[in-house]
Ligand binder design. Structure first.
Ligand code: SF4
Length: 319
């Protein structure tokens, strides 16, 4: 659930402390089906996927690294992530049997800096004080470089390749204006960047000659400025969605905005309504909502994307 946000930090920290990092396999049909079988029915698809990934790993590792993401920003008022993200380690502990021991990483930036959480992890892994300090500074540096690459418009995969493998992270057409249709994608990274569940959405847009613009390109200060115009929202990830949608819907060089939400996600459904009713204006570029779940077929997603891109092209031809 937070792989696309914090993996560079964790990988550097774990490897620096002497651990070997084993990743679950990429999401696929059987991994998802396994997750669905072990989860309650009415939960969102990202959590079902998470279960699938845990089950994929459980017999292949000595310890399971799990994150408890409580808050991802320092704000004047209390903000939290969704309860499912906060309770994820408890959910899997109470419903899956035969799990290896867990290493829990708490992200609660409102109350504890990322540095403090990382320091605690290095200590739990047995790193000595001097070594822990070095690992910590290297890990935070890698994470900062990763975030800088995301701001440049690289996808998480490209940014990780650049940070870890020294690749150039070349990205096809992420710069606004390079292609004729610029479409902003607003949604959780664990939905948009999982190629299986999003049916390769960013790549599909590129294959249609459209240029996907990612939320991770929007600097934090821009999001905060946009958010001043709306009532206080307590869910931190949804605040990001709202701020990004408001920013993209007000930009002249954005031709369309796609809101990607997971079926059965309570916070997203509310934010989707606020964006539709309060953020969008008659002057905004077209906005469409794509709801994803485990039953969403590839053909359905492809049709929706093609129709949206066609609509934008036709509207522009008529102008
Ligand atoms: S924010 Fe929505 S999609 Fe994400 S974990 Fe919570 S309910 Fe699921």
């Amino acid at each position: 659930m937070s792989y696309y946000r914090y993996f560079p930090l964790w990988k550097t920290l774990l490897e620096g402390s002497g651990a070997e990092v084993v990743l679950s396999r990429r999401t696929g049909k059987s991994l998802l089906e396994n997750g669905v079988r072990h989860c309650v029915d009415d939960i969102c698809v990202p959590v079902k996927l998470y279960y699938g990934h845990v089950l994929d790993l459980k017999d292949r590792v000595d310890s399971l690294f799990v994150s408890r993401v409580v808050s991802v920003e320092k704000a004047d008022c209390d903000t939290y992530t969704c309860p499912k993200l906060i309770g994820l380690p408890d959910m899997i502990k109470s419903s899956l049997e035969g799990l290896p021991p867990m290493i829990e990483f708490v992200v609660d930036i409102q109350n504890m800096s990322l540095k403090t959480s990382a320091k605690k992890l290095a200590k739990d892994l047995g790193a000595r004080a001097g070594t822990a300090r070095k690992i910590l500074s290297r890990s935070l540096d890698v994470q900062a470089r990763y975030e800088a690459e995301l701001l440049r418009g690289l996808t998480p995969e490209q940014a990780m390749e650049k940070v870890f493998e020294g690749g150039n992270g070349e990205h096809e057409g992420a710069a606004v204006g390079e292609r004729n249709v610029n479409i902003a994608l607003v949604g959780h990274e664990y939905l948009i960047h999982d190629p299986f569940i999003s049916h390769n959405l960013p790549r599909k847009l590129k294959s249609l000659g459209a240029n996907p613009i990612l939320m991770s390109e929007v600097p934090q200060e821009v999001l905060e400025k946009e958010l001043c115009r709306y009532p206080e929202i307590s869910w931190s990830y949804e605040k990001e969605l709202l701020g990004a949608a408001s920013y993209f819907l007000g930009r002249d060089d954005i031709d369309g905005v796609m809101l990607i939400i997971g079926f059965a996600c309570g916070p997203d459904s509310i934010i989707g309504e606020i964006i539709n009713r309060e953020v969008r204006t008659p002057l905004s570029p077209p906005l469409t909502t794509l709801v994803l779940d485990e039953h969403t077929g590839e053909a359905g997603v492809a049709t929706r994307i093609e129709a949206f891109v066609d609509l934008i092209r036709h509207a522009r031809e008529r102008q």
